[in-house]
Design a protein around this ligand. Structure first.
Ligand SMILES: NC(=O)c1ccc[n+]([C@@H]2O[C@H](COP(=O)([O-])OP(=O)(O)OC[C@H]3O[C@@H](n4cnc5c(N)ncnc54)[C@H](O)[C@@H]3O)[C@@H](O)[C@H]2O)c1
Length: 447
């Protein structure tokens, strides 16, 4: 390949849409493709189909520049660049959810992309996977791509796992901690070095690996982060039993530079479209490879995480004198974490739904995720503000740590509730401030 000039991005969700706009901002001509035509129409009009800080401006700017366009057609992806289409590389960013009823990852969406695009690529091309996949997927897809692409074309496949965090996706895409590329040939490495030349010029470390290692780096990173969160949450369980304070424990641990404080905040635990399904898929794949014992601990990591949700429900019940029946419960937060509208496997909504099933009337407020939450949990009630959700509440549950909630004045909130009771599922409110304003404050892992 002479010089990479154009990029296509297949799958324009939380990862792909940001990747597409970020690549356009580096000067490439970019075509984003998705099977969801509503999403494509919104993106093409410069309207983000989801909330991500900074993405609105980036998208508007790049669509207006003419460098970023969108389609729902594989044929347009294959033909992107016309006669010069050999200078185009194709990124695959589709979803890899948990298979129904199993731990394993469902890779059928990626297979559909290979099957849909492969036969249409009539020039040598580089296809780069970014989705999170079980080790061995890229090798399998390479064989498939070779089988179905037109005779004489030299298709290459590489893997370039993505580490972005929702809430910081734009920043993480343009200034990642590291780039990892799994390649099978020198040309693919050269092409990827070229794609990311502006980032490499800014001294972002690049690690070149084989395919399986690149796939594993991503799942290992998620396994480590989940373990760190569940470790401190296990300590919270012990603190609850011993009458100790896990926040003080966590602070003391974090001052040891070998441990560090990131991902060591005890609370309701992790959720979202990545960590839970990725650790389960990792366990499933290790089992297939005969290495199941190596990851047996992740089952406990998962179990500790899920127990925090149950414990939060219990704390709410304790606050309501032992029964949630007929109680009015305000839930602050619906997104799986702050600064996103993503509600996939959201701990907040899991707790809200369990409380509803125990006969309470639950009113949820999230600064950005009310609409997504209502689509998934239409039987919960939704409010337009934190105060509206809190009106006449018997207890408030703080379940997603948006800054907005920390900044609320407990005395003001106290004027609208029925009872001054709060459960801080994220250990993010200031207990002294809330108690001083007359509240009964309860939090996970604290007396
Ligand atoms: N969201 C994150 O923070 C993040 C971070 C790192 C890695 N990842 C990984 O990236 C991948 C995508 O995650 P996401 O959060 O963007 O998911 P998403 O569900 O938001 O987006 C996936 C998109 O792919 C589209 N799609 C599905 N099948 C398609 C097909 N055959 N052709 C074209 N488009 C198709 C869907 O319509 C959807 O818009 C997953 O493997 C995920 O684990 C996500």
């Amino acid at each position: 390949m002479a010089h990479v000039k154009r990029i296509t991005v297949i799958g324009t969700g939380y990862l792909g849409a940001v990747h597409a706009a970020a690549m356009a901002s580096l000067g490439y001509e970019v075509l984003g493709m998705d099977v969801d035509s509503e999403k494509i129409a919104a993106l093409a009009a410069g309207r983000p189909p989801f909330y991500e800080p900074g993405f609105d401006e980036l998208l508007t700017e790049q669509v207006a520049s003419g460098r970023l366009s969108f389609t729902d057609s594989y044929a347009e992806v294959a033909a992107f660049g016309g006669e010069d289409r050999a200078d185009t590389v194709h990124f695959v960013c589709v979803n890899t959810p948990q298979r129904k009823g199993e731990y394993a990852a469902d890779t059928t969406y990626i297979e559909r992309v290979i099957d849909g695009l492969g036969p249409l690529l009539d020039r040598p091309a580089l296809v780069i996977g970014k989705s999170t996949v079980p080790a061995g997927t890229a090798a399998r897809l390479t064989t498939r791509l070779h089988e179905i692409s037109p005779a004489g074309t030299q298709m290459r496949l590489a893997w370039n796992p993505e580490f972005l965090r929702e809430g910081y996706a734009v920043e993480d895409t343009l200034r990642p901690d590291r780039l990892v590329i799994g390649v099978q040939d020198e040309q693919s490495e050269q092409d990827l070095r070229e794609v990311y030349a502006p980032l490499l010029a800014a001294d972002i470390p690049l690690l070149v690996t084989d395919l399986a290692t690149s796939e594993l780096v991503k799942t290992a990173a998620n396994a480590f982060l989940s373990t760190k969160i569940s470790f401190i949450n296990a300590m919270a369980e012990v603190c609850e039993a011993a009458g100790a304070d896990v926040m003080q424990l966590s602070k003391a641990l974090s001052l040891d530079p070998r441990i560090g404080g990131r991902f060591l905040v005890p609370g309701l635990g992790f959720g979202g479209g990545c960590l839970p399904k990725d650790i389960r898929a990792f366990m499933a794949r290790a089992g297939e490879l005969g290495a199941d014992q190596a990851l047996a601990f992740l089952k406990e990591v998962d179990a500790i995480n899920m127990r925090r949700r149950a414990r939060t429900v219990e704390l709410a019940r304790e606050q309501c004198d032992g029964s949630l029946l007929g109680k009015r419960v305000a839930v602050w937060g619906a997104a799986f974490k702050p600064d996103t509208d993503d509600v996939r496997d959201s701990p907040a909504l899991n707790v809200a739904a369990s409380i509803l099933l125990q006969g309470a009337q639950v009113t949820v407020y999230d600064p950005k995720a009310n609409d997504n939450a209502a689509k998934n949990f239409p039987t919960l009630s939704y409010a337009a503000s934190a105060l509206e959700a809190a009106r006449d509440a018997d207890v408030i549950l703080h379940l997603t740590e948006w800054r907005e909630f920390r900044e609320l004045d407990p005395a003001e909130v106290g004027k609208v509730v029925a009872e001054h009771r709060v459960v801080d599922g994220r250990n993010a409110l200031d207990p002294d401030r809330w108690r001083a304003a007359g509240w009964t404050y309860r939090a996970l892992g604290r007396p």
